[in-house]
Design a protein around this ligand. Structure first.
Ligand code: ADP
Ligand code: DAR
Length: 379
């Protein structure tokens, strides 16, 4: 067996003993936990963290650490402690966190994913019939662009807060090498963030191809250390197929294009995911599905979205949200979460990612957007 195959595990063991040898949560961490819990408890935060981190759950978890990386409850909740305006407020520093801190993750997962209970099991991967989806807006009157993405975590590596700079760089090299083997429409090039000129980077962000920098929720979650080391983007010439490396997740695999042809976008993503999965083993849990840094992305990890203009319906924003809610859709600003709509363009996507298949997650968006366009036309 070559060392490169066992290197992630060797690094994991090394990290285990460099991060924190003791089994006990140290006094400084406990102090931060108590102070953060008191502040959050007295705040008017609407986060799921505030809703489900009861005193009972807090006391049951505050002295726990994950077996391999020694991640503490503070590693899980620090973003939500620092950002009371979080919608969720927690992240998993490593895969074991979902088990060690299940008393907090499970109710938040159930709430966010529309009822996925701790006794439920996520279904096997199923992209279904790729030809089931057509063009949401053939006349191009409403849909500006369509995007479907999924997240993947590379087996043998923890999540952001536990990664060393060497691991970030190693993962970037693995991703770049793996993707260099893609052919046909998926053929493209990897662009490291390190060394990327600022104008190019900003243009990619402005055109919605590249992730933003400085997300305070990710920063507070210790997800931006050593930035920009190990971060980058792969894309084909047409920028219809892209892969983000080490932003929030190890990989975000993205298919997108102008207009509303969801069938084409979904077919491209399905082909890409199946091709990449032949080359890289991804972290998968029998009950939770594909594992990700944020619990809102577990399971299918699919976000199928449109950038859409529906001025009449959006004039009554509460009605837009009501219709979206009926189809389990999430209405966000033009640049995703925690942003405002620019020029009347909303990002509308499926909200839940667990307890249904990849096909069903995309179908929820497809059905919901068809209804939203139908109502817009009737006004
Ligand atoms: P997250 O799920 O972590 O919020 P997303 O996967 O939604 O991240 O990606 C967010 C970014 O993707 C946004 O900054 C936005 O610019 C871009 N985006 C999302 N949906 C679309 C779309 N339909 N068309 C163009 N860009 C999109
Ligand atoms: N901003 C954090 C995470 C919400 C889910 N979005 C992700 N993971 N990109 C919050 O709690 O609001």
């Amino acid at each position: 067996m070559r060392f490169s195959h066992i290197r992630p595990m060797v690094m994991t063991i090394f990290c285990r003993y460099t991060r924190n040898k003791s089994e006990m949560v140290d006094a400084a961490v406990l102090e931060k936990l108590e102070a953060g819990f008191a502040k959050l408890s007295s705040s008017n935060s609407k986060s799921l963290l505030k809703k489900y981190l009861t005193k009972e759950v807090f006391d049951a978890l505050k002295n726990k650490k994950t077996p391999t990386f020694g991640s503490s409850l503070l590693d899980v909740v620090q973003s939500g402690f620092e950002n009371h305006d979080s919608g969720v407020g927690i992240y998993a520093p490593d895969a074991e966190s979902y088990t060690t801190f299940a008393d907090l993750f499970d109710p938040i997962i159930e709430d966010y994913h529309g009822g996925f209970k701790k006794t439920d099991k996520h279904p096997a991967k199923n992209f279904g019939d790729n030809n089931a989806f057509g063009d949401l807006d053939p006349t191009g009157e409403f849909v500006v662009s369509t995007r479907v993405r999924c997240g993947r975590s590379m087996e043998g590596y923890p999540f952001n807060p536990c990664l060393t700079e060497a691991q970030y760089k190693e993962m970037e090299s693995k991703v770049s090498t793996t993707l260099s083997g893609l052919e046909g429409e998926l053929k493209g090039k990897f662009y490291p963030l390190t060394g990327m000129d600022k104008a190019t980077q900003q243009q990619l962000i402005d055109d919605h191809f590249l992730f933003k920098e400085g997300d305070r929720f990710l920063q507070a979650a210790n997800a931006c250390r050593y930035w920009p080391s190990g971060r980058g983007i792969y894309h084909n010439d047409a920028k219809t197929f892209l892969v983000w490396c080490n932003e929030e997740d190890h990989l975000r695999i993205i298919s997108m294009q102008m207009g509303g042809n969801l069938g084409e976008v979904f077919r491209r993503l399905t082909t890409a995911v199946n091709d990449i999965e032949k080359r890289v083993p991804f972290s998968h849990n029998d009950r939770l599905g594909f594992l990700t840094f944020c619990p809102t992305n577990l399971g299918t990890t699919i976000r199928a979205s449109v950038h859409i203009k529906v001025p009449k319906l959006a004039a009554n924003y509460a009605r837009l949200e009501e219709v979206a809610g009926k189809y389990n859709l999430q209405v966000r600003g033009t640049r995703g979460e925690h942003t405002e709509a620019e020029g009347g363009i909303y990002d509308i996507s499926n909200k839940r990612r667990m307890g249904l298949t990849e096909f069903q997650a995309v179908k929820e968006m497809y059905d919901g957007i068809q209804e939203i366009i139908k109502i817009e036309k009737s006004l």
